[in-house]
Ligand binder design. Structure first.
Ligand code: 2AM
Ligand code: CA
Length: 260
């Protein structure tokens, strides 16, 4: 536990420095490049922040593996792996839409042990430690108590150019809208997961995310009492579909996704 606490302390410190760099860059004009499709964006800030985070991890834990969105993987055969998204919600960042975050998740032997998601525009830092609970700034957070799917609020995301899943997801969105208080779409998966952890939405689902989008959010949700699974209800292991809830509505949630 002592070493896990130390990892959390370093992850929090790194996220503060990364958030500061994103904040400073927010005030400048943002030039962006498209990584192929028209809405798949990367800015110079994504790359600078990724380099900052990877460099800081190397200073403290030179032997740990690092997997990041913009710099790729550095596999040193360690039992520890850091999954980094320097800016989750790059598209929002470019448009000044206030939903983007730095996301840092640490796994030990394929299980999450530490997560930090820093919501920069809202100044809210979410973090969790294995068996230590989930927090937003200094307050403990937990998932909502709502057990009726029909009274829940849900959030999803979709990659606009993802031909394989967009039609399926539109059908799921329609059915959830018809059977609940509704669906929201904010554009940063790590924050959507933290919103389940904080109890302001009952569930989140998305297709085709990458490990750096979900690694930190995963432990923040489970330590807050929620469930993170794939569409079959099995423990999520970077599968094609992620289904996250307050646990109480999980069964109904899976049913509606699978029957859409
Ligand atoms: P990003 O801003 O870091 O790319 C929105 O639905 C979510 O999908 C965001 O978390 C966004 O993260 C992510 N996303 C967008 N394009 C993606 C891609 N090509 N692969 C994986 N995740 C992506
Ligand atoms: Ca990103």
């Amino acid at each position: 536990m002592k070493s896990t606490n130390h990892i959390l302390d370093i992850a929090l410190e790194i996220s503060d420095q990364a958030a500061e760099l994103v904040r400073l860059s927010s005030q400048k004009i943002k030039s962006f490049k498209s990584k192929g499709e028209v809405s798949n964006l990367v800015t110079q800030t994504d790359i600078e922040v990724d380099k900052l985070i990877a460099g800081k991890i190397k200073e403290s834990f030179p032997e740990h593996n690092v997997v990041s969105e913009e710099l790729g993987s550095k596999n040193l055969s360690s039992e520890y792996t850091w999954y980094i998204d320097p800016i989750d919600g790059t598209n929002n960042f470019v448009h000044n839409y206030p939903s983007f975050a730095v996301s840092i998740g640490v796994y030990l032997r394929s299980k999450p042990i530490v997560g930090v998601v820093y919501d920069i525009p809202n100044n809210e830092k979410f973090f969790a430690l294995k068996d230590g609970g989930s927090f937003s700034n200094d307050s403990k957070i937990s998932v909502s108590n709502k057990d009726r799917f029909s009274e829940g609020l849900f959030v999803t995301g979709f990659i606009p150019y993802d031909e394989n899943y967009i039609d399926k997801n539109l059908q799921v969105i329609k059915n959830i809208n018809l059977n609940s208080h509704g669906v929201r779409r904010l554009g940063a998966a790590s924050l959507d997961m933290c919103h389940v952890a904080k109890g302001i939405v009952e569930g989140f689902w998305e297709y085709n995310l990458q490990p750096w989008d979900t690694a930190a959010g995963n432990i923040i949700v489970t330590e807050a009492g929620g469930t993170v699974s794939n569409e079959n209800g099995n423990q999520y292991n970077f599968d094609k579909c992620i289904v996250v809830s307050n646990n109480k509505v999980h069964k109904d949630f899976l049913k509606i996704i699978n029957e859409s």
